[in-house]
Design a protein around this ligand. Structure first.
Ligand SMILES: [Zn+2]
Length: 321
């Protein structure tokens, strides 16, 4: 996310729109409400892949200021780069046997260009009344990530953050998670296997540390040392800009091949893609200091449902240490 004042969660909570009320199997004309309500992946020989997208982990997306905000001078270019990376993933997944694709446009202000999106895909945007799990549904077979960045506090990571540049760290039951980890928890609860992720190298390492066996592709490599723990929100937003990028067409080639490898391997090796969930759940989020607010801490808990945990409001209080 590029908005240092609002987390993705907060942004989406305030955004307006109905989103998708149901999943429509690609290429199937809906003739009745019953047909429209049919769960994904139930039809014979269909394999559905959910693709969560973000912008900061895309090859050629250089910084937030010039690339990731609606007012950025290269915003439309960045959206095109992301959408082409998504299309490359869809092509690879389709070659490996996937038939249906739901693309979640997860970047704060949105970053999918629907006109450029592969015609086999549907896309989801705006989630109400709560964001998680961002249109991911039980019955889909696999989840994948495109354009993903590492969590806040990661060394040698490009544009690392968790929800916003103002978040110092989020933990679930003591484990630090980024945007990827939060969605892996949701997917695991829904029985959807997380099999592929593309983004910067630090993200790829984060994904493999959380989910041994996940296929990853690194399209760029951050070169800023240090975790940035000393930074307030404004300063943190200006670090982690240094990176070495793949040329965007080359990045797409790598993603196409990696996505195909992922789904082919997932079909023969069913032993990866789900994290064990150990309820009850507790979430702790610490916010960085800002110009007008001190460091703050917020907690939520839930006896059994990690998705409800992520949707629960956090009542922040000042953190003194
Ligand atoms: Zn993000």
């Amino acid at each position: 996310m590029c908005d240092s004042n609002n987390t993705r969660r907060e942004f989406l909570r305030f955004s307006v729109g109905a989103g998708f009320a149901c999943w429509l199997p690609a290429g199937i004309q809906v003739e009745s409400r019953a047909a429209a309500a049919e769960a994904p992946g139930k039809a014979a020989n269909r394999t559905t892949v959910y693709i969560m997208t973000d912008l900061e982990g895309v090859a050629g997306v250089i910084d937030s200021e010039n690339w990731c905000k609606p007012e950025s001078r290269y915003y439309e270019q960045a959206k095109e780069f992301l959408t082409l990376e998504v299309n490359a993933a869809i092509e690879g997944l389709a070659r490996g046997g996937a038939t249906d694709f739901l693309v979640a446009d997860g970047h704060g202000p949105g970053a999918i260009n629907p006109k450029l999106l592969d015609h086999r895909a549907q896309f989801a945007r705006n989630w109400a009344p709560v964001p998680y799990p961002f249109s991911l549904e039980k019955g889909m077979q696999f989840a994948a990530w495109i354009g993903q960045h590492a969590k806040s506090r990661t060394e040698m990571a490009h544009l690392a953050h968790t929800g916003s540049m103002g978040v110092f760290e989020t933990t679930i039951n003591g484990l630090a998670v980024g945007e990827f980890g939060e969605m892996v928890f949701c997917a695991s609860q829904l029985g959807v296997r997380s099999i592929f992720g593309a983004g910067d190298l630090a993200f790829a390492k984060e994904a493999q540390a959380l989910l041994r066996g996940i296929e990853t592709v690194a399209v760029k490599r951050g070169t800023t040392p240090g975790r940035g723990d000393e930074c307030d929100a404004e300063t943190y937003a200006k670090r982690n800009l240094a990176a070495i990028h793949c040329q965007p067409d080359r990045a797409c080639e790598m993603i196409r091949a990696g996505a195909e490898r992922a789904i082919r391997r997932a079909k023969t090796d069913t032993g990866f893609g789900i994290v064990p969930l150990k309820p009850p759940f507790e979430r702790v989020t610490i916010l960085r200091k800002t110009a007008d607010k001190p460091r703050r801490i917020g907690r939520s808990s839930h006896p059994e449902d990690v998705i409800a945990l992520l949707n629960a409001p956090l009542n922040y209080e000042t953190l003194t240490d």
